[in-house]
Design a protein around this ligand. Structure first.
Ligand code: AMP
Length: 219
């Protein structure tokens, strides 16, 4: 299957869609945010370097992201496609990614833009809890996305917690960063003819959005 890039404002549900796609189509879910959080929780020297930017909701440098991404994309499970969640995040990263694809002899695949307004995204952020061990994401504001046992990950049974950057101030900064840096990717990929848009509003469920994603991928 084609690889998928998910672009959206923070807390739109990229991680949830990526995880549903990954389970359904047996393709790896690559979240650059998870790769970075992993470095932080393992307290590597890289983890210490990125902590401040992550906690403020600023973008981490393109150099760091490029290195982490190349390491991940060259693993054997990426051979037949993957789902990118949170990358690219600016036009410079889109150019870098094209070079990476050329070198690895891979195609871009399809870019799906989850279009959501700020108030709906903020509401989703306020209910989000995540598993630091396996990266699974749940939402207390959405019956479909609640864990089976309160506070425990369905998949790996580790405790669930709020992300340290899921607070209103950081959310506002992440949303501004999205508008100022990431949203220009929408025109960029539209001009390349690879962009598909799905509109999400307060009534959209994870399942209804997933159906829309699958319909695009079946075309
Ligand atoms: P996410 O898990 O996608 O919401 O990302 C959480 C945080 O990780 C962001 O607010 C950034 O600080 C950082 N981050 C994730 N992906 C990238 C990326 N592609 N480029 C730069 N920073 C990133």
């Amino acid at each position: 299957m084609k690889s998928v890039i998910l672009i959206a404002p923070p807390a739109a549900g990229k991680g949830t869609m990526a995880s549903m796609l990954s389970k359904t189509f047996n393709m790896p879910h690559i979240s650059t945010g998870d790769l970075l959080r992993n470095e932080m929780s393992n307290q590597t020297s890289l983890g210490l370097k990125i902590k401040d930017d992550m906690e403020k909701g600023n973008l981490v440098s393109d150099e760091i992201i490029t290195e982490l991404l190349i390491n991940r994309l060259t693993k054997p499970d990426c051979e037949n496609g993957y789902i990118l969640d949170g990358y690219p995040r600016n036009v410079e990263q889109a150019y870098i990614y094209e070079d990476i694809l050329d070198k690895l002899d891979k195609e871009i695949g399809v870019v799906i833009f989850l279009d959501i307004d700020k108030a709906t995204a903020l509401y989703r952020m306020s209910g989000r809890i995540v598993c630091a061990t396996c990266g699974a994401s749940y939402n207390l504001n959405n019956v479909e996305l609640q864990p089976k046992v309160e506070g425990i990950c369905d998949d790996c049974k580790s405790p669930l917690n709020k992300r340290s950057d899921d607070n209103v101030d950081t959310f506002n900064n992440r949303f501004d960063t999205y508008i100022n840096k990431t949203s220009s990717l929408i025109n960029y990929y539209q001009e390349q003819g690879v962009l598909e848009r799905i509109s999400i509003d307060a009534s959209s469920t994870a399942n209804s959005t997933f159906e829309a994603v699958k319909k695009i991928l079946k075309r």
